[in-house]
Design a protein around this ligand. Sequence first.
Ligand SMILES: [Zn+2]
Ligand SMILES: [Zn+2]
Length: 388
Amino acid sequence: MYRPDHVKTSPDFPIPDTMRAWVLGDPDQLTLTTKPVPVPKRAEVLVRIDAVAICATDLEIIHHGPPAMIQGGQPFNKNFTPGHEYMGTVAALGPGVDEYKIGERVTVEIHAGCGQCKRCREGMYTACHNYGLNYGDVDKGHRANGFTTDGGFAEYAVNSINTLVRVSDEMSDEEATLVVTAGTAMYGLTELGGLVAGESVVVTGPGPIGLLGVAVAKALGAQPVILTGTRDNRLQIGRELGADYVINAKNEDPVGAVRRLNGGKGVDYVIECSGAPDAINEAARMVNRGGRICLAAFPGKPAAVDIAYLVRNNIYVYGIRGEGKSATHRAEAFMAQKRFDATKVHTHTFALEDLPTALRYARERIEDAIKVVVKTHGHAATNRVAAE
Ligand SMILES: [Zn+2]
Ligand SMILES: [Zn+2]
């Protein structure tokens, strides 16, 4: 029975000594194995994972490696468990932890900064200067689950208490996995200036972050909020999440359409979520003079940028990584108040043992999959029939 020294457990939450966990071997090679249930240290808890969503970054890591970094290098063949957008139940408390109780439902942020470096001290823990210097060999305290330490395609994970966000019992497991996605959109808007009531916003690219970017911008009072993309079904979901206008870039020039919809001047903010090679130049022409662009996605190769246009028009460009400055807590507050329905981007659910199928659904966008969620226990895969 799991009972490590100095770790608080409860008879209500019996914990086994071992757990099922997917492990990354060579690129694209995942194996379901058994691992010891990890042990929380100071300021950490053990989370029983109840659900985990698949992110485009998971597909990147499993196929290419970066931005995951294990023991200073590629994540392959290092007994590494990917997956980072998970939620669950607090199952055990590390030494000294009294901020949480066993049995509380939580969703998690990915990055626990070291808490010591310049950026962590500024609340920019997703840009921690000790990224990749994990617990273990180098006891720096930095942790990015599913990137530099074991993640959520498993039954249990250890999390720093700084990464936990309580979720209300009314929120489903699936919805709770989306809090961090909405948190990323919230962080983008935080970096652009935060309070956006009455400001005009364009979101380019209706992936999960873009769609929830629309929802968060609208909840913050932005007006109008315009979504651009190429797939009508996703643009329709954007409308349901609050977009005042949607533009299908296959049917009309998105730059011309944005300027027309906003009185010819262009908008105050663009949140770029498409990762298209020319997206930054298009975004520059969508914003007004002095406007701001947040880059939340990126193309696979370096892109040519019209710098003269940015300079002459005093345009600000921000790169964001993840979800710093406690943005996830603000996103959860909106979701708890039902200011938008994030479940509109959740399309499929599978059981943990069906992870390879779930990844295929996400990668190939089978049946218009957007957010695919894996339930780690007690789940009869609802989409099993569809998967066969
Ligand atoms: Zn993600
Ligand atoms: Zn740090």
